[in-house]
Design a protein around this ligand. Structure first.
Ligand code: ZN
Ligand code: ZN
Length: 380
């Protein structure tokens, strides 16, 4: 345990009060009101709607747009994301992004990652917010680019009145309008906030604990479809920490990623542009490199020479494919610099790229199969 952890930092009483109150009301008053008075359909509709709007405000806005600049957004979309993100009560865009950039820069470093999983589930989930830990200090120098965004700056300036209005004012006004004042306030105000808080916090806790590591094991982030459903699509966290500027977290088309779909829709509507995607080849390369790493680890224990020779041949082929891909990139850049590429040239480059990607895909299957054939305990 580090010094800063041993000598307990001062408590954040305001934060503690909000977490305790919303949790207590959610497990006492909310069910009691439901049994004694009953909730209107409107209360449920607003609760679910706000829950997902908060998820999108944080995921598509705070996280992918502002923290990672994974795409560009029209001012109307930024305003929408800033307002619904404020309702999630997770501090302003600037504060959230400054800490999140620290999280990526120093992931798993107990002294610098604001919510390092190295300090355990409770700390990464919620504990880091309850006390004034040095690792949680906000370095505004990390978000200078965001301070120039008038909407992020406006949201930061008016954050507390805005979040109060969105959390209490909006549910009360809507509740009054539909004739279920307390029902809407309790479900769409309090319970929704409690649920959204913990769903989002799972990204810092469970998504660094449970799941697979298909792209890298140099950080604790994991891919987990179940956590992704809870976290609006942020559960493909191993991919995200490996390729943080990609606008997608669930990179395969079938992986549940609400924010990826929302951003794509906005792009179709002309509200989002310059969506960043990591080249497919790089994703396949990372996946295969991980597979080699795993197979190697197994063989170190097994010491089977036949398998080892086999794996070495596969690895030599892998390096060759990567070299060919690098050469293709260079060629594309140098030809592209001289003149605009002709249509047939573009097709030619694309075909060669596709065939290299295919080589990696097939090799991934072979190496994964090979790793399975070397039967060893799963703990490796
Ligand atoms: Zn993370
Ligand atoms: Zn991130």
């Amino acid at each position: 345990m580090t010094d800063q952890h041993a000598s307990k930092a001062p408590r954040h009483w305001g934060v503690i009060t909000v977490f305790v109150l919303t949790a207590l009301i959610s497990v006492t008053l909310v069910p009691w009101y439901g049994f004694s008075e009953g909730y209107s359909g409107w209360a449920w509709v607003f609760a679910v709607l706000f829950l997902y709007l908060n998820g999108i405000g944080i995921g598509s806005g705070y996280h992918r747009l502002w923290s990672h600049r994974a795409y560009k957004a029209h001012w109307s979309l930024r305003l929408f994301l800033a307002v619904w993100g404020a309702q999630a009560l997770q501090n302003s865009i600037l504060v959230w992004s400054a800490r999140h950039r620290m999280h990526h820069r120093h992931v798993d470093d107990n002294d610098q990652d604001p919510y390092s999983i190295g300090r355990g589930f409770w700390y990464a989930h919620i504990g880091w917010m309850l006390r004034n830990y040095p690792a949680g200090a906000v370095n505004m120098d990390l978000v200078k680019d965001l301070q120039r965004d008038p909407i992020a700056a406006w949201q930061h300036r008016w954050y507390w009145p805005l979040t109060l209005f969105m959390n209490a004012g909006v549910p009360l006004l809507l509740g009054w309008a539909v004739g279920d004042l307390w029902g809407v306030f309790l479900l769409a105000g309090v319970l929704r906030l409690f649920v959204n808080h913990h769903f989002t916090f799972f990204i810092n806790s469970l998504a660094h604990m449970w799941g697979r590591q298909p792209y890298s094991d140099e950080h604790t982030a994991k891919d987990n479809w179940f956590i992704s459903i809870l976290t609006y699509g942020e559960g493909y966290h191993n991919f995200h920490h490996t390729f943080q500027n990609d606008y997608r977290n669930g990179v395969r088309w079938w992986q549940f990623d609400l924010n990826k779909w929302f951003i794509s829709l906005c792009s179709m509507a002309g509200l989002a542009s310059e969506l960043k995607r990591v080249p497919h080849f790089k994703i396949l390369r990372a996946r295969l490199a991980m597979e080699f790493k795993r197979a190697n680890r197994r063989l170190q224990v097994e010491k089977d020479h036949n398998w080892r020779d086999h794996l070495e041949r596969e690895y030599a082929q892998f390096m060759d494919t990567v070299k060919q891909w690098q050469a293709l990139q260079m060629e594309k850049v140098s030809v592209g610099k001289q003149r605009l590429l002709q249509r047939w040239e573009r097709v030619d480059f694309r075909t060669r790229l596709k065939s290299l990607e295919y080589l990696l895909k097939m090799q991934h299957k072979r190496v994964a199969h090979l790793a399975l054939l070397v039967k060893l305990p799963k703990t490796l």
